[in-house]
Design a protein. Structure first.
Ligand SMILES: [Zn+2]
Length: 58
């Protein structure tokens, strides 16, 4: 679970595992509808999971 960098609400992000080891994309927050820039990378400890960083996309 990732927190929206705008409103702080938890947002669930679906990462397409076919998109590669490291991905960057923008998704609108489902709560405040503002754009979130997401950086996803494979979790080295759990290869089926992604680690996600979220920042404001201005
Ligand atoms: Zn939000």
């Amino acid at each position: 679970m990732t927190a929206c960098p705008w409103c702080g609400e938890p947002v669930s992000i679906f990462v397409d595992p076919g998109g590669g080891e490291a991905q960057s994309f923008v998704e609108d927050c489902s709560v405040c509808c503002r754009p979130i820039r997401l950086h996803a990378r494979r979790d080295p400890d759990d290869p089926v999971e992604f680690l996600i960083d979220a920042e404001r996309d201005e």
